[in-house]
Design a protein around this ligand. Structure first.
Ligand code: ADP
Ligand code: SF4
Ligand code: MG
Length: 340
């Protein structure tokens, strides 16, 4: 099959506020607005942005846990919206999720072995022997001893519980794993172990990741490409190294510039840019970043900037740094790139 493994086209999710029974139009929370990206087999696409910018909603839309207001999600070219029961089942096997808090996402009454074999048992009956063999294999894959299969989640450390969450996601041999803040609750040293594990698994099994994090530092050494979200929209999507060495969008630049010295890899996106994140109920007109942007022009208050492809393979939504009228092939990063 040629083409990307996952293709997301203009994905949009609005949550209505109330029923609007007596009102003509119901106000909505614009959680995700026209998000488009693709993920190749075996690739890691990281999605970063401040809290509330719509990252988890994108994850839920990809998993089909919520219905989109608009747009499409295609896996190997097939739109999930049209799938009937069996095809949807098969589709679900291929995309798995790892959550932020392994403790609340694991059934506390089941043993580790049961937890990680449960997804398979939802599809086929396993004998006790088969189940134990599968559990041992999955535990080994995530660097745990097979004896751990008899333990309860409460007997495990945070890192071990997250390994269990990963083993569970691996059990159906997925093509794509969506990890939503999967290492955010862990200590820095455990974070590094889990990221190494994910990278090893990717190399061995060719799994693609959509890895969501508010922590730019986590993403830098893990992503192949990075999508930066602001108030529901992607504002820049670039190869990882290019993004960190030459951010183009003023928001990306501010995030990277906010890296605290002496360890520039540890960037927390809680409040990296001056000013409040505006409300997604009534987002600013034009470019939603304009109230916080030092480069904002009059045009920025009026027109939403489109995502414009750059010669180095990234896309950027900014009237100043990536004007839509630019000729493709323009050396955007050369010389006086900021004096456009
Ligand atoms: N089920 C929901 N109902 C209403 N609003 C929601 C719901 N889920 C998320 N939101 C809102 O959508 C916006 C994006 O949320 P979310 O995707 O969780 O952001 P992130 O994961 O980036 O922190 C937030 O304003 C949030 O309050
Ligand atoms: S479009 Fe305007 S307001 Fe938005 S990031 Fe670019 S310069 Fe700033
Ligand atoms: Mg979230």
């Amino acid at each position: 099959m040629s083409g990307p493994l996952l293709k997301v086209e203009n994905l949009t999710k609005h949550y209505p506020l109330g029923t609007g029974f007596l009102k003509k139009s119901v106000p909505v929370i614009r959680a995700v607005e026209e998000v488009s990206f693709s993920v190749e087999a075996g690739e890691t696409l990281c999605i970063v942005g401040e809290s509330g910018c719509g990252k988890s909603t994108v994850a839920r839309l990809l998993m089909r846990l919520v219905e989109p207001t608009g747009g499409r999600v295609l896996l190997d070219g097939t739109d999930i919206a049209g799938l009937k029961k069996e095809a949807l089942h098969a589709w679900r096997r291929r995309i798995q999720m790892v959550f932020q808090d392994p403790y609340s996402s694991l059934n506390p009454r089941l043993t580790a072995g049961r937890i990680i074999t449960e997804p398979v048992e939802n599809f086929e009956r396993l004998s006790r022997k088969q189940r134990q063999a599968l559990a041992a294999d999955l535990l080994r894959k995530v660097g745990m001893s097979p004896e751990m299969m008899h333990r309860l989640p409460s007997d495990l450390s945070g890192g071990q519980r997250q390994r269990l969450g990963i083993a569970r996601a691996l059990s159906l041999n997925p093509s794509l794993i969506i990890a939503d803040e999967a290492v955010s609750a862990l200590d820095v040293s455990v974070q590094a172990q889990i990221l190494n594990l994910l990278r090893d698994l990717q190399q061995q099994m060719g799994i693609a990741f959509v890895f969501i994090s508010h922590d730019l530092g986590v993403v830098e050494h893990f992503a192949h490409r990075v999508a930066v979200m602001y108030l529901g929209r992607i504002v820049e999507l670039a190869p990882c190294e290019a993004l960190f060495t030459k951010p183009v969008h003023p928001y990306t630049e501010a995030l990277i510039g906010a890296a605290p010295v002496p360890d520039p890899r540890r960037v927390r996106l809680e409040a990296p840019v001056e000013g409040e994140v505006p409300s997604p109920i009534n987002p600013p007109s034009g470019c939603a970043f304009h109230p916080r942007c030092p480069l904002a022009l009059e045009r920025c208050r009026i027109e939403v900037p489109p995502l414009v492809p750059m010669p180095d393979g990234r896309v950027v939504a900014c009237h100043v740094r990536a004007p839509a009228t630019d000729i493709p092939g323009r050396p955007v990063l050369a010389g006086d790139r900021w004096s456009l």
